[in-house]
Design a protein around this ligand. Structure first.
Ligand code: AMP
Length: 193
């Protein structure tokens, strides 16, 4: 993987560990010469991951819609900041530019971005690995919900496995490097239930 897109909160979260792990992810990416693609803001976990990549000599591409460049406060020190017209363009470009996706803790925006990448993967529109960094159990509830979707016949087991989860950055990256996308057939047959 040469470039990873990170989706994460535009807030810091209530516990310091979220920001610390975002910074550790940034440091790890820079050390491994993996470039960061992200939403282009300098606030919250978004700013923390970008700052750490830059601090350790890595490259960062931010993708920000014009209308958010005030609200989310564009990061001015990035290797490249690409301003786009819409949220849809932002997400499509962030997807196009990367070889893999990681979600850190975040709110609605992060969820929306993560699930769009999962649904595109499920439909076979991409084969990129998608990792969820489950910092301090932040995503335990979501993982349980997804397990319920699979158990209750709304999600194929193969597609459930598309979301790689770990609480350790090195292990998550290793799992992502070895990822092979499942064959595409989103619709669940009776035998698969
Ligand atoms: P949040 O997790 O809510 O703090 O948001 C994280 C990022 O997701 C921010 O850069 C938001 O601008 C972005 N975001 C919010 N809503 C959407 C959306 N509908 N589509 C794509 N990105 C979004």
């Amino acid at each position: 993987m040469k470039r990873i897109t990170v989706f994460c909160g535009s807030s810091d979260g209530s516990e310091y560990i979220y920001k610390a792990q975002a910074a550790l992810l940034g440091k790890t990416l820079a050390t491994r010469e993996i470039e960061l693609v992200y939403g282009g803001a300098k606030i919250g976990l978004m700013g923390a991951v970008a700052d750490a990549v830059l601090q350790y000599g890595g490259k960062v591409t931010g993708v920000l819609p014009y209308f958010l460049s005030g609200k989310e406060v564009a990061h001015e020190g990035l290797t490249e900041l690409i301003l786009v017209d819409t949220m849809h363009e932002r997400k499509a470009l962030m997807h196009d530019l990367c070889d893999g996706i990681i979600a850190l803790p975040g709110g609605y925006g992060t969820m929306e971005e993560l699930f769009e990448m999962l649904t595109w993967g499920q439909l076979g529109l991409h084969n990129k690995p998608i990792g969820l960094l489950n910092i301090n159990g932040y995503y335990d509830g979501l993982i349980e919900l997804i397990q319920g979707m699979a158990d209750k016949g709304f999600l194929k087991k193969a597609d459930q496995k598309m979301l790689l989860t770990n609480d350790n950055i090195d292990k998550l990256l290793a799992n992502m490097s070895g990822y092979i996308a499942p064959p595409t057939n989103k619709w669940i047959t009776e035998e698969e239930m």
